[in-house]
Design a protein around this ligand. Sequence first.
Ligand code: IVH
Length: 703
Amino acid sequence: MSAGPELAGRAAELGRAIDYHNERYHVLDSPEISDAEYDALVRELRVIEAEHPELVTPDSPTLAVGAAPSPLFAEVRHEIPMMSLDNAQSEAELRSWADRLARLVPELGLAELPFSCEPKVDGVAISLTYEHGRFVRAATRGNGVVGEDVTANVATVSSVPQALAERASPFPAHLEVRGEIYMPTKEFAALNERQVAAGAKVFANPRNSAAGSLRQKDPKLTAARPLAFWAYQVGELDGANPDEAGRGAGQRWGPESQSGALELLRSAGFPVSPDARRVVGIEEVIARCHELEEHRHDLPYEIDGVVVKVDDLALHRRLGQTSRAPRWAIAFRFAPEELATRLVDIEVSIGRTGRATPFARLAPIFVGGSTVQLATLHNEDQVRAKDVRPGDMVLVHKAGDVIPEVVGPVLGHPDAPRRRKGPWRFPTTCPSCGGPLVRLPGESDTYCTNIDCPAQRVQRIVHFASRSAMDIEGLGEMRVVQLVGAGLIADPADLYGLGTAPLIELEGMGQVSAANLLGAIDASRRQPLSRLLVALGIRHVGPTVARALAASFGSLEALRSAPADALAAVEGVGRVIADSVVEFLANPANRLVLDRLVDAGLTTTQPGGPGRAPAGAAVPQTLSGRSVVVTGTLGAYSREEAEAAIVARGGKSPGSVSKSTFAVVVGESPGAAKLTKAEALGIAMLDDAGFERLLETGELPAP
Ligand code: IVH
């Protein structure tokens, strides 16, 4: 059957997209999509071409490896082409590769076949030439046949030996060693920190920074970059391919196996990854692949898969290669941590303080271990900087492996729309109340200033009922939305006037759940003053400050009549917090709610009375001397509460991220600057669960 115009169009479109991404990856060192997505495009095109060979054009990207060398560097011809590898994206694909091996070499017992499993370092492939033991040339892969001469730059990489170790002599007259130039994860983070400080471009990942650093015209610039090298292959050996004639086999420089070659390279002074393993049989290969995937973030360098090679070099000869890749090796690719999906819409959510946070509604996508549908966009400036627009294909990843984040649009994606409209505009009215959204000059946040806004009401009540405030069980966000929507409550004080009759009218609410809810609300009347203070949502007042105030003044009455100076004099309070409390208590609307809460019979005193040390002195000091930064609102804690919990455990909780930050706790609507900085510095980021664990044990969750 001949291909219809639709399929031909799709093939052409894929070809263009692949060319575009090839250039972004190989020439500009600035890819827009993940390797997995790139592979998916190539696969789709290959399938079409396999079924409709008439659609294969002479310039089809499926016929080429990588990209043409840049004119910036002299050309180097690879005597043995630097091929790429076929990919396996699942266990099943690994098995079918092994089955293919077994068919090609029928006498092989697959179960006894040795393999070399090597971490697939995410860096830049490089070919090094040694003549009589001395380093003479380095070349990039280029298009696989002709690469770029980057000798001067590679000479600055300290882990590339200038000469072979004496114990590996006698040296071959001519030796080619292949491997990967990469940037260790820690060094990458430190480099990005310097880039931030210098106001220079921040690198997206260690691979890009390695590639960018290597392709500097001035080797001094390369020298300043923390590059490293792993050797993984013996290439040309005295004019022969050790895979082919087997020349030299049996002699020192004629390895008979891949694992032997790695050993030889190691003894000659090359760095070889300690995580490479010789295993026997495909089951052990699969186990090793999973093991490395599970521990990928424990390694000091980034890997995106495992290269699996038949160990016996004599077999390489027999298995041979296709036009593009050897049959004796395959790259097992890990599940991608960065993927493109449709940005369905950009919406704005309103917090209890009225802050309007833009977020992305995404076509659901499984990335970094969970399905993501929503991702924060932080604020107006962030959306503008990323220039993401509804309808775009966007790249999604998990910042610090935890928080879904939109990286940016993928304009070259074959499913990307032709953009007609201009950049996204921040809405001018609140999606909840229709009131104006206001951004004050010099501030990055936008606010709904209508104190009666239903969304703000909901969030204020949710906060009031939350675990570290009044702790009213069964009163989560969904329930509050329902109660506010039904007109039963508009502020926290209304909770205490609720009766059974209107409650059981609500959907999903029977006699029992109504009684439970009313019971929980009633029980909250007995919460101490410190919790009531937290529940009010006064800026800067979390549990620690609230306890200090409650303990020092003993009653709400005493607190309400105290001057700012008296508040500021309380240990751990200070001027800013004192002013915030006084301002809150002076506000007529707040006074009214507070009066009604008092009338409803809430406890307005602190057990232990005035003068006692705040409770919590006996809390284990799990964070002693550690600095933990909090950004955004967590499920169980507001930011203030989270900070207070850190301080109560002996830690510090400064307002900004630095090198000495131990961890960053990331809640809802986190600050973009803190996230970016933390990511650049490679600082651990924690979600709710990770934070709870940190408080309890002082330990970071295993990556
Ligand atoms: S073997 C024909 N071994 O992955 C053999 N490659 O997709 C090709 N890579 O271009 C290379 N670690 O940049 C091999 N232990 C390893 C590797 C490795 C990373 C990269 C290399 C190569 C690409 C193949």
